[in-house]
Design a protein. Structure first.
Length: 300
């Protein structure tokens, strides 16, 4: 290996519908540095990353999606920066080969997030990154269930730097992402690190109350001073009711989103459930294997 370092490769099989487990088993039989994790069902990319981070044993950890849209070749540059003293080195997507609408949507999300959030995260930086062991340990202390790792990575701090690259199109397979999932992803990030939607509601409610009082005073004065010019009919009333009703529903929807997050957190369900661990060409029960790995990590 060019970097001349000791390493391990952890594949997290988040209940893939294909034969991923068998493939990882064959690879681990040939290369003892390869470890596999199979989950009992699909828990999502964030849980998969955390599952791998928990059993990682080396001095740094690289997060990389299995579709390889993020370039593995950048890991060499990541390690160079890490050796220079940086604790976090992340990939900064200066451009991505995707439909124009999606390119604009992704760029808009990071900038809206930055504007709304009490936390500043790098623009156009995904989960693809190298993190020092102490950063990984800090992130694993976060108990929240609805994970947004790139936000948590920024939250923990330490010395960070980005490496620019162009993200190519997906080379193989079919993405499971769609517009609805991307919107849900954007909501997760904003609701996890921002109170601005609630602040906007408070401001909007106060403003509308003042406007309502002003209009009421104007209506009374117009009735007294200019009775012939005062608005007549039911249209004004209906439009006013519809307007305030829509604002109320919008506000309830935002509050409900925050309550839903609270509901998920207080249940304290596990982030993931491991089914098996693949090591040395063997598929083993996850429970005993993880206990042994944890004992090994404590020794080192």
């Amino acid at each position: 290996m060019k970097l001349n370092i000791d390493y391990e490769i952890i594949f997290v099989n988040d209940c893939s519908p294909d034969n991923t487990e068998e493939v990882v088993q064959k690879i681990s039989r040939i290369d003892k540095r390869v470890i596999g994790i199979s989950h009992s069902r699909n828990f999502g990319s964030q849980a998969a990353f955390k599952s791998g981070m928990e059993i990682a044993t080396k001095n740094a950890c690289v997060l990389l999606d299995g579709d390889l849209q993020d370039l593995p070749e950048l890991i060499e540059q990541f390690v160079e920066k890490w050796r220079e003293g940086y604790d976090v080195v992340y990939g900064n997507r200066t451009k991505r080969k995707a439909p124009l609408f999606m390119q604009l949507a992704y760029k808009a999300f990071y900038r809206i997030f930055d504007y709304f959030s009490y936390l500043s995260i790098p623009h156009d930086a995904g989960d693809f990154s190298l993190m020092d062991k102490k950063v990984v340990q800090a992130i694993l202390q976060f108990p929240e269930r609805d994970l947004f790792l790139r936000g948590i990575r920024a939250f923990v701090g330490f010395k960070q730097i980005g490496i620019d690259y162009v993200r190519p199109e997906r080379m193989f397979g079919v993405t499971t992402n769609n517009l609805a999932k991307n919107i849900a992803w954007a909501k997760k990030g904003i609701l996890s690190f921002s109170y601005t939607p609630l602040t906007i509601l408070s401001f909007l409610g106060t403003t509308l109350l003042l406007v309502t009082l002003l209009l009421a005073i104007m209506q009374i004065l117009s009735r007294i001073l200019f009775p012939g010019l005062a608005p007549k009919g039911i249209t004004t009333v209906l439009l006013t009711i519809l307007f305030f009703g829509s604002v109320n529903l919008f506000g309830l929807g935002i509050v409900a989103e925050y309550i839903a997050k609270i509901f998920e957190e207080v249940k304290q369900r596990p982030h993931f459930i491991r089914h098996t661990i693949i090591k040395d060409g063997e598929v083993r029960s996850a429970y005993n294997s993880v206990k042994k790995l944890n004992k090994y990590k404590e020794k080192i």
